[in-house]
Design a binder for this molecule. Structure first.
Ligand code: ADP
Length: 265
């Protein structure tokens, strides 16, 4: 690793960036931008994977509910992506940081040539001290938006794919809950937080129920899939509560928070 900086991929979901009323959670945008900028100042290289475009777009367009038709979802995604990047640019600029937008589809990662281009782009941005912000290109891809068993599942899988592609040291997934429990805490008040999961087995998947809030879409299942993919490539994965971005400081100090899936070496 020589003098290489520690490279982090941080994933934030729709439920962290919007409040109960479905409006933009500006305090969360601000806190997240502040903590990430501060960690960047400490010498970490950071790539942020952010969902939220459809929810933010539906809100901006005055839609009462998240749209159901494909064309309306894609329209909301196109509108929301722009608003979301505007918000990030505004808050990150307050902390003197430059961001860049990268929109991806599954094909971009499956084709060797595109994959190489993408890796080079990430590398160049990181060299320039930029914080890339990645999202699925929802306005053109339909499989991920529509399918119940989405490949990228609200970007959890996308964040793992990006972490592998960029050779990240750690993947940190911010959730609407404190971590991975032995059963879904929405239904079982006695559910216990699992602080460390060394092996992800078929039994582990059985502990994960569906998605939590109506704004989140992936649930713990897609986080386990993401953790399985990243840990197999030696990348440690943390699942922590996104409403408390300051936890990032503690896990990077080696303190126990949320659930840790150690990378396999
Ligand atoms: P986000 O992507 O913002 O974290 P999701 O709703 O996609 O939001 O995923 C988190 C939700 O997964 C939790 O709110 C919880 O209700 C649900 N869930 C299901 N099974 C579990 C489990 N075993 N441990 C923790 N959360 C679980």
């Amino acid at each position: 690793m020589n003098n290489r900086k520690t490279r982090l991929v941080i994933k934030v979901g729709t439920s962290s960036l919007t409040n109960e009323a479905g409006k933009n959670d500006l305090r969360e945008f601000d806190r997240l931008s502040c903590v990430i900028s501060d960690l960047h100042n400490q010498g970490y290289e950071i790539i942020l994977v952010s969902s939220g475009a459809i929810a933010i777009g539906s809100n901006k367009l005055g839609m009462k509910e998240r749209p159901t038709s494909m064309r309306m979802k894609q329209a909301a995604a196109a509108t929301g992506q722009c608003s979301m990047m505007f918000l990030y640019d505004k808050f990150f600029s307050d902390y003197d940081k430059t961001i860049a937008q990268i929109l991806l589809n599954a094909e971009d990662i499956q084709q060797e040539e595109k994959k190489e281009n993408l890796t080079n782009t990430f590398q160049a941005l990181l060299e320039l001290d930029v914080i890339p912000i990645v999202n699925e290109n929802d306005s053109v891809s339909y499989t991920e938006i529509e399918s119940a068993d989405r490949l990228f599942g609200d970007n959890d899988m996308l964040s793992a794919v990006v972490a592998v592609l960029c050779g990240a040291d750690q993947l940190i997934i911010l959730s609407d809950i404190n971590g991975f429990y032995d059963k879904d805490p929405r239904f079982y008040p006695d559910a216990k937080l699992l602080t460390r999961v060394d092996e992800i087995t078929p039994e582990t998947y059985q502990l994960a129920g569906g998605a939590g809030s109506k704004r989140g879409t992936g649930g713990m299942r897609t986080k386990l899939q993401a953790a399985e993919l990243a840990t197999a490539q030696g990348i440690g994965v943390h699942v922590i509560n996104g409403k408390r971005p300051d936890i990032l400081y503690r896990i990077l100090n080696g303190q126990e928070e949320g659930t840790y899936f150690p990378g396999k070496h």
